[in-house]
Design a protein around this ligand. Structure first.
Ligand SMILES: CC(C)(COP(=O)(O)OP(=O)(O)OC[C@H]1O[C@@H](n2cnc3c(N)ncnc32)[C@H](O)[C@@H]1OP(=O)(O)O)[C@@H](O)C(=O)NCCC(=O)NCCS
Length: 155
């Protein structure tokens, strides 16, 4: 068995065209516009294999001003090889808050499995967005960043 070699790097606006080839959702007007905004804000990462994108992650500060994972996507033939988890961990290391949220549909079993593996916990449920497919809210908490460092003048 060969191990998948991938590079996770910051995304930029020009990635949208090549990402559109692996994720048809990017062609939807509203989602495409949001992705374009986040790709240009340094809140997104791309997983490349042999120089070509096979997955991406988008984050924002849009969950009641808290960090939110907007999307983790891995092209179908590259799934179940650890890329989704690697992208999610990249999102986690990039934010400064003491919690990060993700919302997903009840029907999204793969993402629920991924979030459980990454140590996220349930944080609520929102009805009435999609008919018959409520939105689950997940969170991962961590210690707040160190904000005070004692200054000691040189001896
Ligand atoms: C969800 C998604 C990103 C997972 O990507 P992935 O690269 O396959 O995930 P990983 O290989 O890192 O999987 C990590 C763990 O997640 C869980 N998992 C992943 N896919 C799963 C599935 N189909 N069923 C159950 N659990 C799953 C498993 O616990 C897995 O660990 P394991 O392989 O050791 O059992 C991928 O299925 C995807 O792109 N789906 C479409 C986009 C989407 O719906 N994104 C969620 C909205 S934010």
């Amino acid at each position: 068995m060969t191990t998948l070699q991938a590079t996770i790097r910051p995304a930029w606006g020009a990635d949208q065209t090549s990402l559109g080839r692996i994720d048809p959702q990017l062609a939807q007007q509203a989602y495409g516009r949001k992705a374009a905004r986040l790709l240009n804000q340094g809140r997104a990462w791309v997983a490349d294999v042999n120089g070509a994108p096979v997955g991406y992650a988008l984050t924002s500060q849009d969950f009641f001003t808290r960090p939110l994972v907007e999307m983790i996507f891995v092209a179908e033939r590259y799934r179940r090889q650890g890329l989704g988890l690697a992208l999610l961990m990249r999102c986690e290391t990039a934010h400064q808050d003491d919690r990060m949220f993700v919302t997903i549909k009840v029907s999204d079993a793969p993402m629920q499995g991924l979030l459980a593996k990454a140590g996220f916990q349930g944080s609520g449920i929102v009805y009435n967005l999609s008919p018959d497919d409520p939105e689950l809210v997940y969170v991962k908490l961590r210690a707040p960043p160190l904000t005070f460092v004692k200054y000691q003048p040189p001896a």
